[in-house]
Ligand binder design. Structure first.
Ligand code: HEC
Ligand code: HEC
Ligand code: HEC
Length: 479
């Protein structure tokens, strides 16, 4: 009886121990998956891999690139349509080297050039998260069809050989833990550089000009180096953190376009410690810029409240010149109700002032044009829902302004509230309406292919000619 009780007790004890072990194992696994989830948010996988109103990570999102539209693929663990058959090594290669499971090269619209610095442990956590916690979606996505010669994926091998740095971040002696964490997040998962760094002829990031401002589609990602005039040198650490968390710094800037999306889906969900770390690192980058075109200080100080409408409403004479009347009229009809007749915005800052505003007082007017055409939309826990209606010809536009209208309105806003030295033409509005400037890369590649083809032809002709010339001599000589 005693032995029976003993063995029963032993068995019970064993089961308890085993369950405890299983619990710790699944606790550890849960922690890894949770870490993967956080990294997926920090890396904003969802922004590209989820179509509007589509299932999470099921892809299908068309991503406009200067050489054509690239479709983000289904990265749910669906075995047939997603990455269900990816091994962890294949997953790591896709993220850090831009190589798909079947060996084909990915286009750098997938930001593997930034993810390349991610650690093995973080890639492992992401992999576990995608395989275990993302719901599989059995649904195909449209295929990417780029124009020739960009449709040849092998060409990306050459590009990668030139521009992909797939080594981990170098050691940085004497830096604080916070700085190192900030560098890792900013250079890797949060990939600030993919948008804020200008690109060279072959679309590679120009690292000599890192973070000094670049056009991404219709929006301009401004200079965020600590330069006092061209960059954000006048921002405090706290202001930068609160911009990343809520998308606005009162009296300085509001985030629209792709930055609003990055804040909504990614940055606003990061821990305060991580946001502080990113800000420490960004504020410590080399300052790049000059004082040109900013006669009255940087874009957060320039401009003032103005009212050319008072006279204009008492037509025909007034502050606005005849040429400015169309712009003033549109301002009065479409903008003044929210931003105020003096462009001063509201006291609570919900409707921002149009002076001392990054979008109106810099040297680049593209964000003013894009804001008018596409509006502003952003959602964060601490900043709530922010919405300005679009005035382009989107289906949900409040009313449609033509290119001439937008140019006239922009010039009115720039002259009376923002950087009066900057002018907008209807042609520039059309470029932003079409999704931003096109790259000359496609042309360069086509010329490159043409030159290549000519070289091959020349080589063939030369070889043939040589054969004809050479043979008789050889025969004569050795007879
Ligand atoms: C800026 C947009 C963007 C972001 C952010 C992004 N991706 Fe992608 N990803 C793409 C595009 C576009 C493709 C398809 C590229 C192609 O067809 O060459 C792609 C392809 C992939 C593939 C290859 C799948 C296949 O077999 O076709 C994987 C895996 C992948 N992404 C995973 C991720 C993960 C994980 C994250 C977040 C850590 C992420 N992506 C973030 C745009 C993005
Ligand atoms: C997907 C592209 C994208 C990514 C990624 C991105 N940004 Fe931006 N950023 C933009 C755009 C576009 C704007 C302009 C938004 C506007 O003014 O409406 C912007 C604006 C800003 C501004 C305000 C500058 C000003 O003058 O108004 C700051 C600061 C900033 N970004 C910091 C960052 C940091 C730090 C990161 C990385 C953690 C980052 N951004 C990642 C596209 C991006
Ligand atoms: C219904 C109210 C409303 C109307 C009408 C409106 N706006 Fe806005 N505007 C907003 C809100 C809300 C924001 C964003 C505030 C934020 O991001 O915190 C904004 C932001 C802006 C910004 C800054 C965007 C950036 O990226 O930095 C500019 C510039 C602007 N509006 C110009 C205009 C102009 C010009 C018009 C007239 C065509 C106009 N707005 C009409 C509500 C409005």
């Amino acid at each position: 009886m005693k032995t029976l009780t003993n063995s029963l007790l032993a068995a019970l004890f064993c089961t308890a121990a085993l369950t405890a072990q299983a619990d710790t194992a699944s606790d550890a696994e849960r922690a890894v998956i949770e870490r993967g989830r956080y990294l997926a948010v920090a890396s904003d996988c969802i922004a590209c891999h989820t179509a509007p109103r589509g299932k999470p990570m099921a892809g299908g999102t068309p991503i406009a690139s200067p050489v054509g539209t690239i479709v983000a693929t289904n990265i749910t663990p669906s075995k047939q349509f997603g990455i269900g058959n990816y091994t962890e090594t294949q997953f790591a290669d896709a993220l850090r080297r831009g190589v798909r499971a079947d060996g084909a090269r990915l286009y750098p619209a997938m930001p593997y050039t930034a993810y390349s610095v991610m650690t093995d442990a973080d890639i492992h956590a992401l992999y576990r998260y995608f395989m275990k916690a993302v719901a599989p979606v059995d649904q195909a996505t449209a295929e990417t069809r780029l124009p020739f010669p960009m449709n040849i994926r092998t060409s990306m091998r050459g590009w990668n050989a030139l521009f992909l740095n797939d080594k981990p971040l170098p050691p940085a002696d004497g830096r604080s833990e916070q700085w190192l964490r900030g560098r890792y997040l900013a250079e890797g998962p949060a990939h600030c550089s993919t948008c804020h760094t200008p690109r060279g002829l072959l679309m590679q990031e120009n690292l000599d000009l890192q973070l000094s401002g670049a056009q991404v589609g219709p929006w301009y990602a401004p200079n965020i180096t600590p330069h006092k005039t061209s960059g954000i040198g006048s921002w405090s650490q706290a202001e930068l953190v609160s911009y990343l968390k809520t998308g606005r710094v009162e009296g300085k800037a509001q985030a629209a376009g792709s930055m609003a999306e990055a804040i909504t889906h990614s940055f606003s969900h990061l821990t305060d410690d991580d946001l502080q770390a990113i800000a420490v690192y960004i504020r410590d980058r080399p300052a790049i810029g000059d004082d040109q075109g900013q006669a009255r200080g940087n874009r957060f100080e320039q401009g003032k409240a103005g009212n050319a409408l008072a006279g204009f409403r008492g037509m025909p004479t007034g502050a606005a010149t005849d040429e400015e009347v169309p712009g003033a009229r549109i301002f009065s009809a479409s903008c003044a109700s929210c931003h105020g007749y003096n462009g001063q915005g509201t006291k609570d800052g919900y409707y921002p002032s149009l002076y001392r505003n990054s979008a109106t007082a810099g040297v680049n007017p593209n964000n003013l044009i894009a804001t008018i055409l596409y509006g502003v939309e952003r959602d964060t826990d601490s900043g709530g829902h922010v919405f300005m209606p679009p005035f382009g010809n989107q289906p949900n536009a409040l009313n449609s302004l033509s290119n001439d209208d937008v140019a006239a309105l922009s010039n009115y806003v720039l002259k009376y509230y923002g950087n009066a030295g900057v002018k907008v033409t209807p042609r520039e509005v059309e470029v932003i309406r079409q999704g931003g400037p096109r790259s000359s890369l496609l042309l360069a590649a086509r010329i490159g292919m043409a030159v290549g083809a000519l070289l091959v032809l020349a080589l063939l002709v030369w070889l043939l000619a040589r054969k004809k010339r050479v043979r008789p001599i050889n025969e004569d000589d050795w007879k």
